[in-house]
Design a protein around this ligand. Structure first.
Ligand SMILES: [Zn+2]
Length: 325
């Protein structure tokens, strides 16, 4: 309400009302309307920027989006942890397992190779959050691929380990006669004097002196290739094929406990000490072949002897005495 103003009229000696001019009246009205409109607009802007105007549905959606964002952040952290664990497994795989079983390490590029060619993430494009969703999907794809490669590598290693176990069970690795049954370890592999001619001659095996009838054991898993006396000098003898290029030979036996073609395990009783063939006294003559070459059997007793026993055997085996052949 505008104030009503008066003025003193000396002609009538009274106060008279001042009538505002028409133009001023309209101007005031205009300012009022514009002012009100501006104020209203300002209020609307303030309201829109607060939640006061949102409907309950909008408010609930808003809360849900914020929850998604939080959960997504937690999932990303978990993904990071997974990547670290996987990296650790891959490192051990390359530098311990594969190395131990003599398999080539799998290169980093091969383990972490992404997917080339078509854009696999096109369907994820065109949203505000496209970038973070695409990144996460890509990382998960790589993790998935890494896991497949790692799993295949472990399969390969399991197979190699099984082979290695078989190899370890197969190669000749124990003494063919028990220590308590031995009279002595008579002669080793190397140059020895022949018991019959006394000439120096290469002795291709080891002689274990033991009474007639003492049990002889297979020194590794394998198949009996021969159990006969049709090989000059060896008398009744057994040859066991261990695979992987290994063969062991047991000579001068008194009796067999196996037949040709029979499968044997390390430690199985295969025959008995005797004095058949070119032999001076009851003993076991023992040879080990690798790829058809005779090698020193002394290097194959790690499975059954203590360090002390092995040292004793080494001392005996290296004496340049007379072999029993
Ligand atoms: Zn011998």
């Amino acid at each position: 309400m505008s104030k009503v103003k008066y003025y003193y009229d000396p002609d009538t000696l009274s106060y008279r009302k001042i009538e505002p001019k028409k133009s001023k009246k309209y101007r005031n009205l205009f300012f009022f309307v514009v002012g009100a409109a501006l104020f209203g607009l300002l209020g609307l802007i303030v309201l829109l920027n607060t939640n006061l105007l949102n409907t309950p549905k909008e408010l609930s959606l808003d809360r849900e989006v914020r929850n998604y964002e939080l959960q997504f952040e937690i999932l990303t952290k978990k993904m990071e942890q997974m990547e670290q664990v996987l990296a650790n497994i891959e490192d051990r795989d390359n530098n311990i397992y594969r190395l131990y079983f003599e398999a080539n390490p799998i290169p980093e590029e091969q383990r972490k190779a992404g997917f080339g060619g078509v854009n696999r993430y096109k369907s994820l494009e065109g949203f505000n959050n496209s970038q973070i969703i695409t990144n996460a999907t890509q990382r998960l794809d790589i993790i998935q691929k890494q896991m497949v490669i790692q799993s295949k590598s472990l399969d390969e290693i399991a197979k190699l380990a099984e082979e290695k176990e078989k190899l370890l069970a197969s190669i000749p690795a124990i003494q063919p006669v028990r220590n308590e049954d031995l009279t002595r370890m008579a002669s080793g592999y190397g140059w020895r004097s022949d018991p019959f001619t006394k000439a120096r001659k290469m002795h291709w095996g080891m002689d274990f002196t033991a009474p007639r009838g003492v049990p002889i054991y297979a020194t590794g898993d394998g198949t009996v290739k021969r159990a006969d006396n049709r090989s000059s000098g060896y008398g009744k003898h057994i040859r066991i094929d261990h695979g992987y290029g290994y063969m062991s030979l047991y000579a001068h036996l008194s009796k067999y406990n196996v037949t040709k073609g029979q499968k044997v395990k390390r430690g199985d009783l295969i025959g008995f000490v005797g004095n058949t063939g070119r032999s001076e006294a009851p003993h076991l003559h023992y040879e080990v072949f690798k790829d058809e070459e005779r090698i020193n059997p002394i290097n194959f007793y790690y499975g059954s002897l203590t360090a002390e026993e092995f040292e004793n055997m080494l001392k005996f085996a290296n004496q340049e005495n007379q072999s029993l052949d």
